[in-house]
Ligand binder design. Structure first.
Ligand SMILES: Cc1cc2nc3c(=O)[nH]c(=O)nc-3n(C[C@H](O)[C@H](O)[C@H](O)COP(=O)(O)OP(=O)(O)OC[C@H]3O[C@@H](n4cnc5c(N)ncnc54)[C@H](O)[C@@H]3O)c2cc1C
Length: 490
């Protein structure tokens, strides 16, 4: 750590009192020589201030303790439901070596470790009370090699960084629907987006990653280097290490897409129409209805339409959407892809109260439609479809750790609001709706669903034993456990 930062750190100040150049005035009255923290198993730990100071001194980035200026900003995560969590320390990395030092520090002491990229974890797994948070948010440089059609992104990049760099070269790779989502969690869990039916999931475009493993080794994973690890990274989440770099395949892309937002009457006819339409649409079409209250409070179907291909072909293929008698308003036209990729950034901004459950549907059956009609009309919470299929389905279930290749949709049920007093009622409403949908669903997306461990393991299907073997090899003590966790069995 740079010496000035070291003196700003409360615990470091305790040690610094003995060092030339840092006055004992830097030392807060209540700081002793130990820092309270929590072990991976939840036991109380005491960290020696000298070892923390040594860690801080080794960093190109910064180390924050709870009393430090900058700690509160660094600890923030997206979901306001977890805003009260306070890690014992935060290592804000600016170099791969910082990640190595922080991982080594946590492993040697059995410290609870969390990893934050964009901080979007719905269940708040990028933070903890009393653990060490590795904050990658300052590592976000992105470069494009237009000749090789590849994009390299640091492990702390946001999706907006990737979109911006790719579209500047009239290229794209699949990213998600909100630009402040982190590439780290997004990619390692699968990575759905508006281009996935055409280009595949983010993991289908991942060509290589650099990972700091639990042992502190820096390992390259690709089809040629450590292919087993590369397989596990594509859907196994943060279980095997901290990705400090991703390399993605780029596709030619016109940053002006065709589409728009259409509003339909929300009724059974609409759901039947959507189910049939899905069967006929080419990969370029991404059609995602949300069921939300309209201006008069009654539920509407708000349908986002993106066609990422030739505009004339889009007009032709999407004409049935405009001819549907349930259409209330809206039009389809060319528009900048960037507009839709950032449209929800504010509504789904940081610090609100969020709760979500989601699951996959192989098809939209009449029985599932009955449930949606009943619960969406209650208006208690919103629900929506993410359109899958297309290129995402033309990959074998065992080709990547992510196994759900045979599904047509992801169906999400979500509450968000500003008032924590509403949480209990709204969470209950999400769970009730989800429970009714569950018989019609087929597994879930670990990036969007917080479920008990056994369900998470079962969700990997036949890929699970191979994931456990990888976990045994790369993280035998389960250092990386704040995630959709795969338990080692060694
Ligand atoms: C508003 C919003 C919109 C979303 N939209 C989409 C979408 O369109 N498509 C989609 O597929 N998903 C979407 N998601 C889900 C999203 O993919 C997950 O929430 C994902 O975990 C977010 O990644 P993050 O890096 O921001 O999260 P963080 O909270 O920073 O990290 C979550 C977990 O990912 C792991 N992790 C993060 N970075 C790294 C890294 N570099 N190396 C190793 N492990 C790491 C850690 O285990 C960490 O606990 C959305 C989520 C939100 C909140």
């Amino acid at each position: 750590m740079r010496r000035r930062t070291f003196c700003k750190s409360t615990v470091a100040a305790a040690v610094a009192a003995t060092l030339p150049g840092c006055s004992s005035d830097d030392r807060p009255a209540d700081v002793g020589s130990l820092i309270s923290a929590i072990s991976a198993d939840g036991a109380e730990l005491s960290l020696e201030s000298a070892s923390v100071a040594e860690l801080a001194d080794s960093l190109a980035g910064r180390l924050f303790l709870q009393a430090d200026a900058g700690y509160d900003a660094a600890r923030q995560v997206w979901n306001g439901m977890f805003d009260e969590k306070r890690p014992a320390m935060i290592v804000q990395c600016t170099a791969v070596e910082d990640v190595v030092h922080a991982v080594t520090f946590a492993r040697e002491r059995g410290l609870l470790l969390s990893v934050k990229c964009g901080g979007h974890s719905l269940p708040g797994k990028s933070t903890s009370d009393g653990g060490l948070m590795i904050d990658l948010s300052q590592m976000h440089s992105v470069d494009v090699d237009a000749d090789a059609m590849q994009l390299r992104a640091d492990g702390g990049s946001l999706l907006g960084h990737i979109d911006g760099a790719a579209s500047a070269h009239n290229t794209m790779t699949t990213t998600g629907i909100v630009s402040h989502t982190g590439a780290g969690g997004f990619t390692l869990g699968g990575g759905f987006g508006r281009t996935d039916r055409k280009m595949g999931l983010a993991i289908d475009n991942l060509l290589a990653a650099t990972v700091v493993t639990a042992s502190g080794d820096v390992v390259r994973a690709s089809a040629d280097e450590n292919p087993d690890l590369f397989w596990g990274l594509r859907g196994g989440g943060g279980n095997f290490g901290i990705a400090t770099e991703f390399v993605y395949r780029l596709h030619p892309f016109n940053p002006t897409v065709y589409g728009g937002t259409l509003i339909y009457r929300f009724d059974r006819d609409f759901l039947d129409f959507y189910a049939e339409l899905h069967e006929t649409l080419p990969d370029e079409a991404n059609i995602e209805p949300s069921f939300v209250p309209g201006e008069d409070g009654k539920t509407i179907a708000l349908v986002e339409v993106v066609w990422c291909g030739d505009h004339a072909a889009g007009e032709k293929n999407l004409a049935p959407m405009l001819a549907n008698p349930g259409l209330v308003s809206g039009e389809l036209a060319p528009f900048p892809y960037h507009d839709i990729q950032t449209a929800a950034d504010g509504a789904l901004g940081h610090g609100k109260q969020y709760y979500l459950k989601s699951s996959f549907l192989k098809e939209l059956t009449p029985e599932a439609a009955d449930v949606i009609i009943e619960f969406a009309n209650r208006g208690a919470v919103g629900s929506w479809f993410q359109h899958l299929g297309g290129a995402t389905s033309r990959i074998a279930a065992d080709a990547t750790a992510y196994a759900h290749r045979d599904v047509a949709f992801n169906f999400g049920i979500m509450y968000f609001g500003e008032d924590p007093a509403q949480n209990e009622t709204k969470i209950a409403a999400v769970r009730e709706y989800y429970k009714a949908m569950e018989p019609h669903m087929a597994g879930f997306y670990t990036n969007l669903n917080d479920d008990d461990e056994k369900k998470t393991w079962g969700n990997y299907g036949e890929n699970y034993p191979r994931l456990v073997k990888l976990k045994n090899r790369y993280d035998p003590t389960n250092l990386f456990r704040l995630n959709a966790n795969i338990r080692p069995d060694v």
